[in-house]
Write a protein that binds this ligand. Sequence first.
Ligand SMILES: NC(=O)c1ccc[n+]([C@@H]2O[C@H](COP(=O)([O-])OP(=O)(O)OC[C@H]3O[C@@H](n4cnc5c(N)ncnc54)[C@H](O)[C@@H]3O)[C@@H](O)[C@H]2O)c1
Length: 285
Amino acid sequence: MEIPFELDLRDKVAVVTGGYGKLGSAFVKALAKCGADVFILGRNPKKGEDVLNEILGEGIEADILKCDVLEGEDLKKARQIIKEDYGKNQIDILINCAGGNHPDGTTSKEYLHEEDLKKEDVTTFFDLDKKGFGHVFDLNFMGTFLTTQVFAKDMIESDTATIINISSMNAFTPLTKIPAYSGAKAAVSNFTKWLAVHFSPVNIRVNAIAPGFYLTEQNKELLLNDDGSYTDRAQKILSHTPMNRFGKKEDLIGTLLWLVSKKGSDFVNGTVVPVDGGFSAYSGV
Ligand SMILES: NC(=O)c1ccc[n+]([C@@H]2O[C@H](COP(=O)([O-])OP(=O)(O)OC[C@H]3O[C@@H](n4cnc5c(N)ncnc54)[C@H](O)[C@@H]3O)[C@@H](O)[C@H]2O)c1
């Protein structure tokens, strides 16, 4: 993978949750390319083998550790393995990337019409249940909170400590249909600012990247028809993206490396940076 500029991260230790997903794997590859030792946290290590093999070619230490970011014991175990098996007492970079939406937190339609209340095949706001809604909310917000609790203590000794959370366009203005995901990402942005303030005396910078729209597993049901053509929603997104395209994962790497670099962004703290082709700047008129 090509990176937009060089950054020396040799001897730095990075932890990336969701690091074999579409966007997370790009972050992992970029950090490895810069020489950081990278530990990927994910629920199914087999799924990340290709990413792991690719980054091991960079001559760094790396592993995938089985970990559900909603399980405190998994997180503690992963931390222990990185410390005891790899001798890494200090963590320098934490990327909280695990997240996503799920149909259980999604309404079928953008607007509520009274006649839909009687239709079995329409999920209205009133059909959303605590379990489904809660899972989406927890994955995106609690997963970020719990992971940070487990790993940030070992970042205090680092002189380049940086946490990057992954927020979303939903954090600025909620998208229709996905209230759980929208609320959770708004919470992630808010928490980013809270943590930046709270951690400032111990020199851990905390920022977030808010990607615009990138076609990945988590959103393909909403954006692609069965035949691969764009849904009405996808077309609406493009018409509200002044640069008139979906993002490519490579589009995020410059911002990632800038935020990771102490030299490049030492006084940048508590920000949420949109990488969105102008979507969040455009009112639609
Ligand atoms: N794709 C987009 O357009 C877009 C836009 C804005 C924000 N995001 C955010 O970017 C991040 C990455 O998304 P992506 O598009 O690469 O999706 P993805 O589905 O490819 O990646 C998400 C990763 O999170 C992992 N994950 C899910 N639940 C987990 C859990 N409980 N514990 C550990 N890992 C878990 C998945 O296995 C997967 O590897 C997410 O936080 C997502 O909300 C994506």
